[in-house]
Design a protein around this ligand. Structure first.
Ligand code: NDP
Length: 506
């Protein structure tokens, strides 16, 4: 592992810390938030987050803007133009967005550049979906034309985590705006800046004022207000399972729809017949890219017994060779974790696993050297001699920590893979496609990757089962999650309704 390398830090002005309150730039009046650069612990910005009063002001303005015929009355192709303009703005500012997100989260510039590109694609895709989604003429079963139309819900709250803010923001904001709603976005307190940059782009793209807000602030204050407020018609949440459960309980009280994208402990499976080079590259990327801070991280590895020893020894060697480095260094593969507090949590998981009998194959601590001194770096870590019932195999670590276990046969494997509270994703490496298909159908997960991992397309619906959440984002139907369906019966007989007629069309 090399320690120092030369690289240039991008020279960008960070957002000045004002909030975007329904189209107006205002200083927050809530609790202070500090954005830190995880590579060296330097402070990016200290800002005042949104208070309840700020949130209530944003909601009132958003309500008026959403009801305005200037927005509500737009035809789909007219509204789509706003989404295309935002996509253009993101593309034009991609380097800035990448640099700001790297400052906020510590992710490599290569990764944040890809996330910016994906955010632009998301706005473009939902503009196109909006323009090309037909309303439904439903089959006639009586003397009425029956059709089904889709209307905006009203005000949508989007609550996002810190790990991939621009991408998770876009995944919610784009379909919700396309559907004709106003959106109030609450980013995570560790990563407020890139969402404020998105607000600048949306503002410059000419979205009518009031329709979009970015309200960084404490989850328990501003997040909670958005969930409970009677004018908020839907919450789209990505984050931890316990927060999601709490939001679902509050939503039940209001009878409000929610979509919840939550945590994971995803199994990756290497069968004895797999192309082992391909599997090795996929397993490494699946767990250690984004420094493991990914809901879909392939964090539980099952290797078929005949190839277990050989595969694990190659995996450990390849893991030790990964370049742990500064996020501005183009050669870096594993960047720092988001925050020192988060590193402490990751370290606790590993320490507990070791105390419970796990065997450390590599990693297990912070790297040493001048470069790493003030950053929140953690070495890619592999633990063996664990059972699927151990806490380290059940809890989401959300860091670069992989557990490895052998499996004997398909039945054994399916039982192990499914014996977990989560059900977000799964990777299968095998040359036998019918076997991959059988396994993929039997394993509880919202996404199955075969001979690849962590590849994403905006056109493929995404979401989890069990404790990984409910609802699906992305895909053509993603826009419908932000709409209310309304059915029309339009009489075509022109005759008065006889009193005795059956009220049910058979
Ligand atoms: P949290 O659940 O702690 O936070 C997520 C968001 O919710 C933040 O904006 C947070 O604000 C806010 N929040 C916290 N408490 C409340 C509350 N009471 N009411 C309303 N909002 C609240 O998760 P993390 O930020 O730690 O994110 C990591 C988690 O996200 C992991 O479990 C990961 O698996 C999951 N995730 C899931 C993805 C998926 O698509 N399935 C994708 C990415 C991550 P604040 O920051 O101010 O606390």
């Amino acid at each position: 592992m090399t320690q120092m390398s030369t690289f240039a830090a991008p020279d960008v002005a960070l957002p000045d810390g004002r909030l975007y309150v329904a189209g107006e730039w205002e200083r927050g009046t809530g609790a202070e938030i500090t954005s830190v650069f995880p590579a060296d612990g330097s402070i990016n910005r200290v800002l005042k987050g949104a208070s309840r009063a700020d949130g209530e002001r944003a909601i009132a303005r958003a309500k008026a803007a959403q009801a305005d015929p200037a927005w509500r009355g737009l035809k789909p192709h007219e509204r789509a133009r706003h989404l295309y303009a935002i996509a253009d703005g993101i593309e034009a500012n991609a380097d800035r967005i990448a640099a700001i997100q790297t400052r906020d989260t510590g992710k490599t510039l290569r990764e944040t550049g890809a996330l910016a590109a994906s955010a632009a694609a998301t706005f473009r895709y939902f503009g196109a979906v909006l323009e090309t989604s037909d309303e439904d003429l439903t089959t006639r079963r009586g003397d009425a034309l029956t059709l089904s139309v889709h209307e905006p819900l009203g005000l949508v709250a989007a609550i996002t985590p810190w790990n991939s803010p621009i991408a998770s923001d876009a995944q919610k904001v784009a379909p919700a705006l396309a559907a004709g709603n106003a959106v109030l976005l609450k980013p995570a307190s560790w990563s407020p800046l890139v969402s404020l940059e998105l607000a600048r782009i949306v503002d410059e793209a000419g979205l009518p004022k009031g329709l979009f807000s970015v309200l960084p602030g404490a989850g328990r204050e501003i997040g909670n207000l958005l969930v409970e407020h009677p004018d908020i018609a839907k919450v789209s949440f990505t984050g931890g399972t316990e927060t999601g459960r709490r939001i679902a309980r509050q939503a039940a009280e209001k009878l409000m729809p929610v979509s919840l994208e939550l945590g994971g402990k995803s199994p990756t499976i290497v069968c004895a017949d797999a192309d082992l080079d391909l599997a090795l590259a996929g397993v490494l990327f699946g767990i250690f890219s984004s420094t493991g801070q990914s809901c879909i991280a392939g964090s539980r590895l099952f290797v078929e017994r005949p190839v277990y020893d050989a595969f694990v020894s190659r995996l450990v060697a390849a893991t030790k060779a990964l370049k742990v480095g500064h996020p501005h260094d183009p050669a870096t593969q594993v960047a720092p974790l988001v925050h020192l507090d988060h590193r402490a949590e990751v370290a606790d998981h590993v320490a507990r696993a070791l105390a419970e009998g796990a065997k450390l194959l590599c990693g297990g601590g912070a790297p040493e050297g001048e470069l790493y001194e003030n950053g929140s770096y953690y070495l890619p870590t592999i633990l063996a001699r664990v059972t699927n019932a151990d806490r380290i195999c059940r809890d989401e670590v959300f860091g670069p920590v992989l557990v490895v276990m052998p499996f004997e046969d398909e039945d054994d494997l399916i039982a192990l893979a499914n014996d977990n509270d989560y059900g977000l994703a799964c990777g299968i490496y095998s040359r036998d496609f019918p076997k991959s298909w059988r396994l993929g159908r039997a394993i509880n997960a919202g996404t199955i990757w075969v001979n690849t991992y962590k590849q994403f397309s905006i056109s493929a619906p995404f979401g989890g089962e069990k404790d990984s959440g409910m609802g699906r984002e992305k895909g053509r139907q993603g826009i419908r999650a932000y709409m209310a369906q309304k059915s029309f019966y339009v009489d075509v007989s022109g005759t008065p309704l006889p009193w005795a007629a059956a009220q049910v069309m058979t």
